[in-house]
Design a protein around this ligand. Structure first.
Ligand code: F6R
Length: 238
C-alpha cells in the first residue's frame, strides 16, 4: 500500500522529522538507509534538532549510506559520506561503527558491492529522494526491481553535477548504489519529494504504469511505501 502524505512546504521538514522520531522511538535499533541530495537537508536539520532536544536517540541505530560517487577522494566535499556527516550524523552522536559508508576506495569494487549488499539485508527503513529522471539512489532509468547493489555508469550530466552542485574536486568516474532489490526488500520505504520541478516526475512515478524508464515507479509494488510530498511536488497528482 502506498501512503501519500501531502504537506504544506513550510511544514514538510518537521513532519518528516516527526515521523522519523516515531520510528526511532518504536524501534531504537532501527536499521536505516539514508540518501544525500538537496531534498532531505531541511528534514535532516529538523531531525537533528529533535534528537538534540532528546526526543529520541540514535545510540542503538545503524545508518547505511544509499549511494556514493566513485573516483572522489575521501573527504571530498561532494562525497555522499562527507555530506551526510556534515548534514546529519555529526549532530547525532551515532557510534562510528554503526555507520556503514560505501567502500568506494577499495581496490575491488565488486567485492565492496557484495559487502554493502550484505550489510543492507534486513533494513527497517530506506529513505529516498527522487531524481528528475525517475532515479532512486543511482538506480538510473534502465534499472529493474531485481537490480543489485553495484557500480553504475553515470551520464556525463550526472557526473558533472557533482562538481557544479557539490563542489567536487574532480569529476567522478561512476556511481555506487544500493540495488533496487534491497530497497524493495526493506520493511518500509519513504520517498521524499519537494518543489514544483519534481511534480511531473512524481506524477510519472505514481500514476503511470511502472517501468524501467522510471525506476521510482517500482516503489509502488512495495507494501510499505510512504511518499512525503510538499503541495508543489504533488500538484499534478490529481
Ligand atoms: C542521493 C541520491 C539521489 C537523489 C536524487 C534527488 O543520495 O540517492 O538519488 O536523492 O538525485 O536529488 P535532490 O534531492 O538533490 O533533488
Amino acid at each position: 500500500m502506498t501512503t501519500l502524505r501531502i504537506l504544506r512546504a513550510a511544514a514538510w521538514a518537521d513532519e518528516v522529522a516527526a515521523a522519523f522520531v516515531e520510528r526511532l522511538q518504536a524501534t531504537p535499533s532501527l536499521r536505516v538507509c539514508l540518501p544525500t541530495g538537496a531534498t532531505p537537508i531541511p528534514a535532516y536539520d529538523a531531525l537533528a534538532a529533535r534528537i538534540e532536544r532528546g526526543d529520541a536517540s540514535f545510540a542503538q541505530a545503524t545508518v547505511i549510506l544509499l549511494d556514493e560517487w566513485v573516483g572522489l577522494p575521501p573527504g571530498d566535499p561532494a562525497r555522499c559520506d562527507t555530506r551526510l556527516r556534515a548534514q546529519l550524523l555529526d549532530r547525532l552522536q551515532v557510534a562510528p561503527a554503526a555507520v556503514h559508508t560505501i567502500e568506494v576506495d577499495a581496490p575491488d569494487l565488486d567485492a565492496a558491492a557484495e559487502r554493502h549488499a550484505a550489510c543492507s539485508l534486513d533494513l527497517d527503513l530506506v529513505v529516498l529522494g527522487l531524481g528528475m529522471n525517475g532515479h532512486v539512489g543511482f538506480n538510473e532509468p534502465g534499472s529493474f526491481p531485481d537490480s543489485p547493489t553495484r557500480v553504475v555508469r553515470l551520464a556525463a550530466s550526472s557526473r558533472e553535477s557533482a562538481m557544479a552542485r557539490y563542489g567536487a574536486a574532480t569529476v567522478p568516474t561512476a556511481g555506487f548504489t544500493l540495488g533496487m532489490d534491497r530497497i524493495l526488500a526493506a520493511r518500509e520505504v519513504w520517498l521524499l519529494v519537494t518543489g514544483e520541478r519534481k511534480a511531473p516526475i512524481l506524477r510519472r512515478a505514481l500514476r503511470d504504469p511502472e517501468g524501467p524508464d522510471c525506476p521510482a515507479s517500482y516503489l509502488r509494488r512495495h507494501g510499505g511505501l510512504t511518499v512525503f510530498a510538499d503541495q508543489e511536488a504533488a500538484a499534478l497528482l490529481g
